[in-house]
Design a protein around this ligand. Structure first.
Ligand SMILES: [Zn+2]
Length: 179
């Protein structure tokens, strides 16, 4: 996610999306759509990432439709709702690997929860990021420690560069073999 900055931001914010355009586009999509019957991600993968409009998750990671779950929120942080989704991914849909992907120029980086509460008027935990490496390690430790996520064998922490499209491979975790 990126917060609007600079001139033109307010003008852009006043623009409305056309819901009609979305529905017109859907008619063309539905006609050409590939049919997938299996809901299980064929790569046994779930990607947790930011809602930022500049990240095309499937293209950036070379994934195709049907291969991965994608769970997105502001910052790509591991919140309770992400844990809820992953509990289902791992236990009901055979997911055994997770990529947590943050990105450069994120609206949640370099800002505090207090500032975000002030700017949004929402008294919420925003999971703001002061350091990507630290935040990724924190989120990966959280995932690795959950007993109900025991099917997870591998977790990777990436930072996607929104200018170059290059991914920085920052943290890697693998479940130790059972005794
Ligand atoms: Zn972001």
């Amino acid at each position: 996610m990126a917060l609007p900055v600079g001139p033109g931001g307010e003008q852009d914010a006043a623009r409305m999306p056309s819901v009609e355009r979305l529905l017109t586009s859907n008619a063309g999509y539905a006609a050409a759509r590939a049919q997938l019957d299996n809901a299980r991600p064929s790569q046994h993968l779930a990607v947790v990432t930011c809602m930022d409009a500049r990240i095309d998750v499937f293209a950036a990671l070379g994934l195709n439709l049907g291969e991965s779950h994608v769970i997105r929120n502001a910052g790509g942080r591991v919140t309770d709702d992400v844990l809820r989704s992953l509990a289902i991914s791992c236990n009901l849909l055979d997911v055994n690997a997770v990529v947590v992907m943050q990105h450069t120029k994120c609206g949640l980086a370099g800002i505090t929860d207090a500032e975000l509460q002030e700017r949004t008027g929402a008294e919420l935990d925003f999971f703001s990021i002061s350091d990507h490496g630290h935040a990724l390690r924190e989120d990966i430790d959280l995932l690795a420690a959950k007993p109900y996520l025991a099917p997870l064998k591998v977790i990777a922490g990436f930072v996607f560069n929104t200018e170059t499209g290059v991914i920085d491979d920052v943290v890697r975790w693998e479940r130790p073999p059972a005794d």
